[in-house]
Write a protein that binds this ligand. Sequence first.
Ligand code: PMP
Length: 313
Amino acid sequence: MPEKTAPMMSLNGRVVPYDQCLVHGFSGAVKYGAAVFEGLRGYWNEERQDLYVFRLADHLARLRFGMRVMRLEPAFEAAFLEEALMAMIRANGLRETVHLRMIAFLDGDDELAATGPVGLVCGAVPRPRSKAVEEGVHVAVSTYARIADNAMPPRVKATGNYINNRAAELEARRNGYGGVLILTAAGKVSEGSGACFFMVRNGALHTPDTASDILESITRDTVITLAREAGIAVHERAIDRHEVYAAEEAFWCGTGYEIQPILSLDRVAIGAGVPGPLTRALQRAYFDVVEGRSEAHPDWRSPVWGNAGRRAA
Ligand code: PMP
């Protein structure tokens, strides 16, 4: 079943009902896949009665960078994007953990080289933690190669890129796996269809570097930061497929995925084939920060409701 989008959305900075959030069928976004998007999360903190949007400024910066890479007109300042998103959240009165989506897209009905007009859509989908965070996932290496940086821009969330991710994900599901790991055209580990890959070897974390045709993931950066703060060494480097078979633990991470243990690759168990202790420790540190139970990194959490959200005692 598709998830249920919250009833109010935002179109070009205006709050509109879901049914009125419409784009023309001949827009550049539909004709050419000319759009960039962001997936963000808002975390509900029951004790503080507030919703925290995680790393909002970083997501907006990546969206604007993506628009530059796609050569879309720089139609939106960060402040406009933030207000569009926050107004939509407030219009829905959201008081639960949600996945938030923003799409900047080529509107109008022009030709391939058009760069505007540019439209903006924002919406929210209530989404609690997935079962895979607790249970882990069995993963296959894809027969599809990851898009290469000299063909498409993997480091930004260009909508058209996801033809690659979707093909890989569908293949893995057809074959009975819970997810897919995609290799670069050179055969090195790149990333999942919506998450960045980490493994543990000799107690240290290893993750493909940003030249491995990965998205410059905000969760990846969060995990690297939290790990280093905990005294865990992190190495960003090229990783071979068969080195993953030798890992003690593996997981992948992303805004939507959060941190999910990888139990096996190509049906070869990773370590003991169960979520490992370092993965569990990083999950705890991650959820403490995103949900606002930890005071660390306050600049990563943008409160939606502030004091206005506190219920009268
Ligand atoms: N890789 C891909 C291909 C993704 O779509 C995502 C999800 N945005 C990620 C990695 C994780 O990125 P982030 O941590 O910024 O959500």
